[in-house]
Design a binder for this molecule. Structure first.
Ligand code: MTE
Length: 367
């Protein structure tokens, strides 16, 4: 499986306190109960998902290389167009708010809710963050290097160490994006919430592929290959795809999901008025509707949505609730997006435990 837990070399570089993060070895998950009124996830609260470890990049030597027969003159990797970070920054700056979410976010609920355990990092719902990404649009960058009309795929590659798994060297982390998506809304980001990208989040440059599986947003971007032929990598042929009776699908867009800003199995006091807070998000549309149940799904109430509600990010919501009887409760939140998708009660399991988007049953004790 891809997301088997860590080896000693597989680490994030930052500090991740236990009251803010759940550790999964090399990866760290944001605790939903540490979410504190912010719209954008602060950089030091953002989940980290590394295949190997965070590389140290020497900015003086750093160059982004762009090559391939999808560019005018068909430069090879040896005579690629090269850009320093300053040259990229000098191209200007666009800023957009987007969610970034791991494809396996929610994997543990395959086991706990559906009795279909899937190997890999047992994420709860905290492998998501929302940031204001600043950088240049990939469209701008591609037009500067003369992208051809018949280019079909664009593949970013990271500068982290090659990924070794089950004795196979898969090479550096890389994944193609079709030209249509590349020219739509993809960013080459150098800022996260107004700061240079932190080392664990891709310094000095990363792709941000809005609404798509997190693996598409290549960190520590070293090169961009533009091709007139379809490109592939182990991250499309082996990992991040689903094989089922309907066939074999390379994963692209993220589904619609919801989470409560509450600790798992937290205690609430009987008779004390409280407010249930949470967020819902979708990889394609904005959020159209959220429903919350405090009785395991018998009855549903519509919470108040507030703050921005844009596609490919999250919307916040809250619902006053005064539990009247002591006992064990299951809180449920179910969202629908503007693309007409509603979170189901369960999802068909897939081998690698990707895209768990069913309604999560969040236990709390009322005492
Ligand atoms: N890019 C490189 N070069 N190496 C990686 O290991 N992990 C991917 C993606 N980009 C990865 C990468 C995965 S699986 C995810 S979910 C996101 O980065 C996580 O981004 P974050 O660590 O900034 O939250």
């Amino acid at each position: 499986m891809l997301m088997k837990d860590e080896g000693p070399e597989c680490t994030a570089a930052g500090e991740y306190p236990a009251d803010e993060f759940i550790s999964h070895g090399r990866d760290v998950e944001m605790r939903w109960d540490s979410v504190d009124g912010w719209q954008h996830t602060p950089n030091d609260r953002f989940f980290v998902r590394n295949h190997t470890s965070t590389p140290r990049i020497d900015l003086a030597a750093y160059r982004l290389r762009m090559f391939g027969d999808g560019l005018a003159g068909a430069p090879t990797i040896e005579d690629a167009h090269t850009f320093t970070l300053d040259e990229i920054r000098d191209m200007g700056s666009v800023t957009h708010t987007y969610a970034l979410e791991c494809t396996g976010n929610g994997r543990r609920f395959f086991a706990t809710q559906q009795d279909t355990h899937r190997a890999g990092t047992q994420w709860g719902l905290g492998a998501i963050g929302v940031a204001k990404w600043g950088g240049v649009s990939l469209t701008d960058l591609l037009s500067r290097v003369g992208v051809l009309d018949d280019a079909v795929d664009v593949m970013g590659e990271g500068l982290d160490e090659p990924y070794l798994h089950d004795g196979v060297d898969h090479g550096r982390v890389r994944r193609p994006v079709p030209i249509g998506k590349a020219l739509d809304d993809v960013l080459v980001a150098y800022e996260m919430n107004g700061e240079p990208l932190p080392p664990d989040h891709g310094y000095p440059l990363r792709l941000v592929v809005p609404g798509w599986v997190g693996i598409a947003s290549i960190k520590w971007l070293g090169s961009i290959h533009v091709s007139k032929q379809p490109l592939s990598s182990p991250w499309t042929t082996v990992f991040y795809r689903i094989e089922d009776e309907e066939g074999s699908t390379v994963l692209t867009e993220m589904p619609v999901k919801s989470a409560f800003e509450l600790a798992w199995e937290t205690s609430l006091e009987v008779g004390v008025p409280g407010v249930l807070r949470g967020r819902s998000w979708s990889g394609t549309g904005a959020i159209e509707r959220v429903e919350v149940s405090t009785d395991g799904g018998e009855n549903w109430t519509v919470p108040e949505l507030f703050g921005p509600n844009e596609p490919k990010t999250w919307v916040r919501w809250e619902l006053p609730w005064t539990p009247t009887e002591p006992g064990r409760y299951e809180l449920l939140a179910r969202a629908s997006d503007t693309e007409g998708r509603t979170q189901p009660d369960s999802v068909a399991p897939n081998d690698d435990g990707y895209l768990f988007w069913a309604v999560v049953r969040h236990p709390v004790d009322v005492v």
